[in-house]
Design a protein around this ligand. Structure first.
Ligand code: ZN
Ligand code: ZN
Length: 333
């Protein structure tokens, strides 16, 4: 679906809007297609940052979700409804997201399927009625909040959202480990070791440019290493410094979770990958999902630089750091 754009047709851009435990979101543009990978900030903030970075929210064609953790889905429903665009998930992630939004209602699998069926019928009815997207304001729904008529009118959402906070304009499923296509962007998915129901990373390819997102992973398993080859850009997690985490403010149980095989990648683990396994081809390496409590940007940068400098052939890589509180300058190809 092309919504018209003033950008030149042949231009691939990768714009990190936010990265870290308070929200993750990246815009990838290629050919005539623009997609949002994760929607971890409020819709209002996502739109503000897109405009800051020179991207027009109205030109987004789809939202693609890595996993159901809050820092990746916070603004998902409002953003999808406001733009009237489809959301791509795995089925298990969609189901977990719906459970998260309706925590007071325990759903069996059969009930969940019935809810999906009813939503599909509602979507068809909306389409038949030639429903147009609402003129929307930016009100957000908190998790589990009752959806009132006023809230829906404020959101500009379809009337069906009145009864159902999990309603989306369109849902598309992909399978972890398989590839799919959104317009001009080809997306290869790969399973990552993380404590979500069906978490994935992505390699996105447009106009021959290959860009990977690999954050939220406890370690680097062989299937991930295999995917992170022949890239032009790699967004790689460099979540924590091991000593800062050990001595830091988190309770013991949370430290164990972060350190576990389904937690987050440390500076040292990212560096070990860059030094020993990475093929050195990507012109851009972006370190992401840095912890604000257990890391320091300079520490992450120095650790990665040391790893890259250990191999002279890798010195040509540009090393960037994604930020939590502002968008990164778009990387253009
Ligand atoms: Zn996560
Ligand atoms: Zn995360």
């Amino acid at each position: 679906m092309h919504r018209g754009s003033r950008y030149p047709r042949r231009m691939v851009r990768f714009t990190v809007l936010a990265s870290g435990s308070k929200g993750n979101s990246t815009v990838v543009s290629g050919g005539r297609t623009r997609i949002l990978v994760d929607a971890g900030l409020s819709c209002r903030e996502l739109f503000r940052r897109m405009r800051l970075a020179g991207e027009e929210p109205e030109t987004l064609d789809a939202i693609v979700i890595t996993h159901e953790h809050q820092d990746h889905v916070n603004g998902l429903a409002v953003t999808a409804r406001k733009l009237g665009i489809p959301v791509y998930f795995t089925e298990a992630t969609h189901r977990a997201w719906m459970r998260w939004l309706t925590p007071r209602r325990k759903m069996t699998y059969a009930q969940w399927l019935e809810q999906c069926r009813q939503q599909a019928v509602a979507r068809e009815a909306e389409a038949d009625a030639g429903a147009t997207e609402g003129e929307a304001d930016d009100a957000e729904l908190a998790v589990g909040q009752e959806v009132t008529g006023a809230a829906v009118r404020e959101m500009g959402a379809e009337p069906v959202a009145l009864k159902d906070p999990t309603w989306l304009p369109a849902v598309e499923y992909f399978e972890a480990g398989k590839a799919f296509q959104v317009g001009d962007i080809a997306i290869q998915t790969f399973t990552i070791p993380h404590d979500a129901v069906d978490p994935v990373g992505f390699v996105l390819e447009a106009e021959g440019v290959r860009m990977a997102l690999a954050t939220d992973l406890g370690y680097m398993p062989p299937n991930v290493k295999t995917q992170l080859k022949g890239l032009d850009l790699l967004l790689l997690e460099s979540n924590h410094d091991l000593e800062m985490l050990r001595d830091g403010p988190y309770p013991w149980s949370v430290k164990q979770r972060v350190l576990s095989r389904v937690g987050h990648l440390s500076n040292d683990a990212a560096a070990a990958f860059l030094e020993n396994e990475y093929d050195g081809l990507a012109g851009y390496i972006i370190l992401g999902h840095l912890s604000e409590s257990n890391n320091h940007p300079e520490l992450a940068r120095v650790t990665a630089e040391r790893a890259l400098s250990a191999r002279a052939s890798l010195l040509a890589n540009h090393l960037l750091l994604a930020e939590q509180h502002m968008p990164l300058v778009p990387v253009c190809f």
